[in-house]
Ligand binder design. Structure first.
Ligand code: PHE
Length: 451
């Protein structure tokens, strides 16, 4: 209350800041391995359809809720309707689950940066290098702790703005480099089959799990259903168009994910002939394939250094905003000092990150519902809690506060072009479809149905 919201300067300022926070490991690490795993083109098709419909509608909704209330998620829902305060609380759980395992992958990124800096790129391209790294007891944990330390220092010192400015400069470099690597990859011998796999939908590979995976990825990558966009919206100037900004953020975020997929998915065909086990690799795919690509380029080691440094910064801005969110939630709730809260969050983060890190190595026999710890946390947040938050948000907007409340907010700056479509999606299509996807995928996982 009474807190001054500084706001962003101009429409593009908002778009860049939000897109900068949204682009991270979700685009570079997670999207490519899901595309490889869930049938390539068919996953891409599901993703694009979902992004253009549900993704856009939910992004507009969250930004509008934030701008209307001027509050962050934990208070925004309650400010619109007291009984729905709980929704802010549920969505705030998501960053708490994601942050620890995000740092595990961040640690892997620093490790690979170090590998290239010390000129071991060729070794990293060899068979079994990634497995050798990940199956050790201590090394992945050391990198994890280093990554958490970077994130925590920035949050504790409150120098996020500086890092954001820096990463705003680096982001275009990352985009250009990724495009360059993607173009290079698709010209390699054998890439044709990979490009076809990635772009041509094979409907025989379609299952409800493909849709669920695409949906979860959409939430994760665009930071939807975790309260983050509400907070960003609360800083958005009234004269900036919500609809246009959401379009731009979405195109930027999806574009980078699609380019990252084009770097990595075809390379599976180039180097392993499209080996099914490699396509199904999951979390390690990027770390398996990129060194192999760089190894075929003259001065590939230098590209490796630059690339992993850029990925590190993209990841860091995301983990900073995740940690920042968790810290401010706890701080608001318990009224503790910021430094104390930071230390508690770091301790909690390490504690939860350890099983995720070990689960890919020495604890790989320990499974929860058949999943490693990291994949379990990933599944619970992206495929269970976020869809539930999304369904409840649609019900809240569609039937409790009514779409009109947000439409008025959206139309302040500019006519809301897709108003009718928005109402239909939020009230009728999205809640029922997401519920159907969620239920059928749970039944599918339990083996009750097979679709
Ligand atoms: N969307 C980010 C990514 O793609 C992850 C993230 C989630 C960032 C929440 C900030 C807040 O990596």
């Amino acid at each position: 209350m009474g807190k001054k919201r500084s706001g962003f300067t101009g429409g593009l300022g908002f778009v860049f800041a939000t897109a900068g926070s949204a682009v991270g490991l979700g685009n570079l690490w997670r999207f490519p391995y899901l595309a490889a795993k869930y049938g390539g083109g068919i996953f891409l098709l599901c993703y694009i359809i979902l992004a253009m419909t549900f993704g856009l509608a939910l992004m507009i909704t969250e930004i509008a809720i934030g701008r209307k209330t001027g509050k962050s998620a934990i208070e925004a829902y309650g400010a619109l309707n007291k009984k729905w305060d709980f929704l802010g609380k549920i969505s705030s759980v998501v960053p708490m689950i994601i942050l620890p395992y995000y740092c595990v992958i961040g640690g892997w990124v620093i490790k690979y940066f170090f590998v290239f800096v010390t000129g071991q790129g060729h070794a990293a391209a060899g068979e079994g290098y990634f497995e050798g790294f990940i199956s050790q007891a201590t090394e992945p944990i050391v990198w994890l702790l280093i990554y958490i330390a970077f994130t925590a220092v920035v949050v504790m010192l409150g120098v996020e703005k500086g890092i954001e400015k820096f990463s705003k400069v680096l982001m275009p470099v990352l985009v250009v480099l990724s495009i360059g690597i993607a173009i290079y990859t698709v010209t390699l011998d054998g890439a044709g089959a990979g490009v076809k796999y990635y772009f041509m939908p094979d409907f025989s590979k379609f299952s409800v799990m493909t849709v669920l995976a695409a949906l979860g990825q959409l939430f994760y990558s665009m930071s939807i259903s975790m309260g983050i966009l509400i907070t960003y919206g609360s800083y958005m100037p009234k004269e900036t168009s919500i609809e246009k900004s959401a379009h731009q953020i979405e195109i930027f975020d999806s574009g980078i994910a699609i380019i990252a997929g084009l770097m990595i998915v075809p390379s599976v065909f180039v180097f392993t002939g499209g080996d099914e086990a490699m396509l199904q690799k999951g979390a390690g795919l990027m770390f398996e394939m990129l060194p192999k690509i760089f190894d075929t380029i003259p001065l590939g080691n230098v590209i490796g250094v630059i690339f992993f440094l850029l990925v590190f910064f993209a990841a860091l801005t995301s983990s900073i905003s995740l940690m920042e969110t968790v810290v401010s939630i706890i701080q608001d709730k318990f009224g503790l000092k910021r430094k104390t809260v930071c230390l508690i969050v770091v301790a909690g983060c390490i504690l939860l990150a350890l099983p995720s890190s070990l689960g890919y190595g020495i604890w790989d026999s320990v499974k929860i519902f058949g999943l490693s710890f990291l994949d379990f946390f990933d599944f619970v947040s992206n495929s269970v809690i976020m869809p539930i938050v999304a369904i409840l948000t649609c019900i809240f907007v569609g039937y409790v506060i009514k779409p009109k409340t947000l439409i008025d907010e959206i139309a302040i700056s500019k006519k809301f072009k897709s108003e009718k479509l928005y109402i239909v999606i939020i009230k009728y299509i999205a809640p029922f479809c997401i519920l159907a996807i969620l239920i059928s995928s749970v039944l599918n996982s339990l083996g009750v149905i097979d679709i």
